[in-house]
Design a protein around this ligand. Structure first.
Ligand code: DHB
Ligand code: FE
Length: 282
């Protein structure tokens, strides 16, 4: 049977991708950002996941403001890196896991969480930057990826509670798939940032660190945080953090923190990163 072996949380920032792609990851500004992932790269090379279920958000790239699904599961066999205005990132094509994705779609929808099925989709920095942070710059990504896009761009996004409960349904779906697969769930985006308006540039270190504490040890209660608190405390784009709750919902109530990293600045965003394992598999 497939097994969920770890949960990873990781910010995405387009400038991180640009720093890597343009050979600037050793610059003074970027060095401390990438250093936070040195442990993670070694750890994941040893873990060798077969499939990553990657929760992320599309930034009006594959979906325009004409049509925005709340939860969309990528069921294709490949996903091309998107052109977000300056050419596609020079990263490998993302290989999907169509059979597992179709199984998860069926299981989750039968468990009352409606998903949008996506059979063709380009993937933007929301998905490719976390892959780059965790795997570096390989010729091919070392695992298959199921892209799971969440609307955090057009109000109203799903609630944190909905995301957390959906994570539980995703766990059940993964662990009822008959093939012996090592599967990780990643929750990406965040932490605090605001890209527009009078509060552009907002970062809230204290709130972010409390979020990191609570998503490890107090996740059920954290999941009840209303949208308005994310926006007020973590900025308009801080709402991306609800995606971490899908990852957390997929894990056991009690988890072991394997790695934690927090850094400011990276472009306009606070970068946060966690590696979690269930206690019995740690
Ligand atoms: C930035 C951060 C994001 O999450 C994003 O999607 C785009 C830009 C930034 O920090 O510039
Ligand atoms: Fe974003």
């Amino acid at each position: 049977m497939a097994k969920l072996t770890a949960g990873i949380a990781c910010s995405h920032v387009p400038a991180i991708g640009a720093a890597l792609d343009n050979g600037k990851s050793g610059d003074d500004y970027w060095k401390p950002v990438f250093a936070g992932f040195d442990f993670s790269k070694l750890w994941i090379a040893a873990q060798k996941p077969d499939v990553v279920f990657l929760v992320y958000n599309d930034h009006a790239t594959a979906f325009s403001l004409d049509l925005i699904p709340t939860f969309a599961i990528g069921c294709a066999s490949t996903f091309q890196p998107a052109d977000e205005g300056w050419g596609a990132r020079p990263v490998p094509v993302v290989e999907g896991a169509p059979e597992l994705a179709a199984h998860i779609a069926q299981s989750v929808i039968e468990n009352d969480f409606d998903l949008t099925i996506v059979n063709r989709m380009d993937v933007d920095h929301g998905l490719t930057v976390p892959l780059s942070l965790m795997f570096g710059q390989p010729q091919a990504w070392p695992c298959k990826v199921i892209p799971f896009a969440v609307n955090v761009v057009q109000y109203p996004p799903p609630s944190g509670r909905r995301c957390y409960m959906l994570g539980k349904a995703i766990r059940k779906a993964i662990e009822s798939f008959p093939d012996d697969l090592n599967v990780q769930v990643w929750g990406t985006g965040g932490m605090s940032h605001q890209l527009q308006g009078p509060r552009a540039g907002l970062i809230n270190r204290e709130w972010d660190n409390r979020f990191l504490d609570r998503i490890v040890n107090d996740a059920d209660d954290l999941s009840k945080t209303p949208h308005i608190e994310y926006v007020r405390e973590a900025g308009s784009e801080g709402i991306e953090l609800v995606m971490w709750l899908i990852m957390r919902g997929a894990m056991d109530d009690e988890v072991q923190q394997i790695h934690r990293f927090y850094h400011v600045p990276a472009s306009n965003t606070a970068v946060g990163h966690l590696i979690l394992k269930n206690k019995e598999t740690a």
